[in-house]
Ligand binder design. Structure first.
Ligand SMILES: C/C=C/C(=O)SCCNC(=O)CCNC(=O)[C@H](O)C(C)(C)COP(=O)(O)OP(=O)(O)OC[C@H]1O[C@@H](n2cnc3c(N)ncnc32)[C@H](O)[C@@H]1OP(=O)(O)O
Length: 258
């Protein structure tokens, strides 16, 4: 489908989605989120794609849900339509890995969207925050839950109760982002990491992602049992045989996603 609020590119086995509403700092309007969900669907269905990168502009990953669009919603509007809708969560339900490449503002729904990705690479210009409290509401796309799991209760509570924004260095210190790269290198670095992931065994990468994610949803004991089942499953793949044979034979593995 033709998109008006996002740009979509493929780079080898990597799908790149750029949020593209520059005049509104990529505010997440319903139209944008609908297109984003469709783009994720398309990359998930594309056998050529092994990893997805989600990014914004140099100035903003996304400055949150579109305040102007939602300002006059009534309680019944938001309750009956289940706003923030299921479309918002499409990134979180992707089975292929999704990397957030964040430069500039990632505020409110923008921070929540980045946290739905599997990990966040931050430019040194990145700024993260949940400022909803300053406009009379609270995070509604997982911010109170995911941020707390990322950074712990104390910092999450301070950020959510005051709306304080943190810079890239603080975000790295508290574990919100995996690492920081110079802004000029952000996309190149994100594409490089994504290409590396896409070059590995697709089913095994998907199992690894599923297993790490399970740690957020269950007890340690149950999570370890789940991990062990998936670990055992890797031995049913041709790629495990190929990977271990390649190691023994001192050559590059040639994974066939089988
Ligand atoms: C479930 C999720 C809930 C939520 O996400 S609630 C929203 C949470 N986000 C926020 O509260 C952040 C809102 N934005 C800002 O505070 C500021 O922006 C910034 C600090 C990010 C940047 O400030 P500056 O550099 O002065 O730019 P500017 O003139 O405010 O913004 C440029 C244009 O972008 C529009 N815009 C920015 N953020 C949003 C938004 N979240 N929703 C709708 N429009 C937005 C502005 O209005 C303006 O537009 P115009 O030039 O026409 O006045």
């Amino acid at each position: 489908m033709p998109y008006e609020n996002i740009l979509v590119e493929t780079h080898g086995q990597v799908g790149l989605i750029k949020l593209n509403r520059p005049k509104a700092l990529n505010a997440l309007s319903d139209a944008l989120v609908t297109e984003l969900a469709a783009a994720v669907d398309a990359f998930e269905a594309d056998d050529e794609i092994g990893c997805i990168v989600l990014t914004g502009s140099e100035r903003a990953f996304a400055a949150g849900a579109d305040i102007k669009e939602m300002a006059n919603h009534s309680y019944m509007d938001v309750y009956l339509s289940d706003f923030i809708t299921k479309k918002w969560g499409r990134v979180a339900t992707a089975r292929k890995p999704v990397i957030a490449a964040v430069a500039g503002y990632a505020l409110g729904g923008g921070c929540e969207l980045a946290m739905m990705c599997d990990f966040i690479l931050a430019a040194d210009t990145a700024k993260f925050g949940q400022p909803e409290i300053t406009i009379g509401t609270i995070p509604g796309a997982g911010g109170t839950q995911r941020l707390t799991r990322f950074v712990g209760k104390s910092k999450a509570m301070e950020m959510v109760l005051t709306g304080r924004t943190i810079d890239a260095a603080e975000a790295e210190r508290c574990g919100l982002v995996s690492r920081i790269v110079p802004a000029a290198d952000l996309i190149e670095e994100a594409l490089k990491v994504a290409a590396r992931i896409a070059s590995l065994s697709r089913p095994v990468v998907m199992m690894a992602k599923e297993s790490v994610n399970r740690s957020y949803e269950t007890t340690l004991e149950e999570g370890i049992r789940f991990e062990r089942r998936l670990f055992h499953s890797t031995f049913a793949t041709e790629d495990q045989k190929e990977g271990m044979a390649a190691f023994t034979e001192k050559r590059e593995a040639n994974f066939r996603n089988r």
